[in-house]
Design a protein around this ligand. Structure first.
Ligand SMILES: Cc1ncc(C[n+]2csc(CCOP(=O)(O)OP(=O)(O)O)c2C)c(N)n1
Ligand SMILES: [Mg+2]
Length: 341
């Protein structure tokens, strides 16, 4: 039996201690999103894909995952990384142009190397989850995808394969209204990716992605269900990409400021702050967390900007376990050119 559960607004509330922790993460996530755009504009980092406006959608799922679960992210999951306790300067190595996929330990931190191939993370997640089930583990893979990715064939293959083979995967769709310049209405037939779940025999949860308590309620339910049933589940969180697609994008070419004000009217940081106050957090504590977030992001900027470069020849070393003749020749040619410079 499949079911569709809509969690809007939140039906469960966090206790004071959890609300404090979640708010701290959301404030750090916002500080990073605003900071990273500034750093790119100042020429300190070459590029960034901000999850500005998606902080609740990201912290909520990352915070809900168990120690044995593994996230398979896209290029826009800094908030998830933060919630999972990933070494953030090592995460930022990709945006600093030092290493594609990040320099963090993906096994220990539960975050797979991040993926720029749209929908690619879904296939990897299914393979990993199947392997875990065959090994008798009770781990769940969380496959991250966007509304835009959902129109790719890979997502159909991943969902169908996961459902027929019985892979414990949470397909976590952040529906942020846009796939670069293409609005969801032109990308997702029917308007919701979660509506497709029933066709694959999967349950689905749809939540207000700007409401961190709703995101946590839906995420926990989906993770539990995938773990218990050893089957895939879909979660779709409705949110809004407040910033550009990436720092190379100019949203002014395809949406007006008026539209941004209207569609991005609900700020997930405000919602989380109100929820924390309602849970018994004092305003002074919330102010202190905001101050800590500012200091934290300054420290991250220092570490990101001053991160040591990796040896250039590593790019050839980690393609295959045994290097091919072609790769070996390319490495030698690269070395010769580098030595000449
Ligand atoms: C296979 C593939 N096709 C196209 C692209 C170019 N591309 C990068 S991001 C993107 C849009 C993705 O939109 P969505 O899935 O909604 O994620 P969001 O960027 O909104 O987080 C596209 C088309 C790509 N990286 N990979
Ligand atoms: Mg999108």
């Amino acid at each position: 039996m499949t079911s569709m559960t809509v969690v809007t607004p939140s039906t469960q509330h966090l206790d004071r201690e959890s609300a404090l922790e979640v708010l701290g993460l959301i404030l750090k996530s916002r500080a990073l999103e605003e900071g990273a755009i500034r750093w790119q504009r100042q020429g300190l980092i070459p590029g960034y894909a901000p999850c500005l406006g998606q902080e609740a959608a990201q912290i909520g799922i990352g915070w809900s995952m168990g120690p044995q679960d593994r996230a398979f992210p896209t290029y826009r999951e800094a908030g998830v990384a933060l919630a999972l306790g990933v070494d953030m300067p090592a995460y930022m190595a990709t945006h600093q142009g030092l290493w594609h996929g990040g320099l963090y330990d993906s096994g220990r931190t539960r975050l797979a190397p991040f993926q720029a191939v749209v929908a690619g993370s879904c296939l990897h997640a299914v393979g990993w989850a199947l392997g875990q089930r065959m090994n008798g583990e009770d781990s769940v893979a969380v496959a991250f995808l966007g509304d835009g990715a959902s129109s790719q064939g890979d997502v159909h293959e991943a969902m169908n394969f996961a459902a027929t083979m019985g892979a414990p995967v949470v397909f976590y769709v952040q529906n942020n209204g846009w796939a670069i310049s293409t609005p969801t209405a032109k990308q997702v037939a029917g308007g919701f990716v979660s509506e497709r779940a029933a066709g694959y025999g999967m349950s689905a949860y749809r939540a207000d992605g700007n409401d961190v308590e709703a995101v946590i309620t839906a995420s926990r339910a989906a993770l539990d269900e995938a773990r218990e049933s050893q089957r895939p589940v879909v979660v779709e969180v409705m949110t809004y990409r407040r910033g550009p697609h990436s720092t190379s994008d100019d949203p002014g070419r395809y949406r007006s400021l008026q539209q941004e004000y209207e569609q991005g009217a609900v700020d997930p940081v405000d919602v989380a702050t109100q929820q924390a106050l309602a849970a018994g957090v004092e305003q002074a504590e919330a102010d202190r967390l905001a101050e800590e977030a500012r200091a934290w992001v300054e420290d991250l900027r220092e570490k990101t900007v001053n991160a040591p470069h990796r040896p250039g020849d590593e790019i050839f070393d980690f393609v295959f376990q045994e290097p091919t003749e072609t790769l070996t020749a390319q490495k030698a040619a690269w070395q010769e050119e580098t030595d000449r410079d």
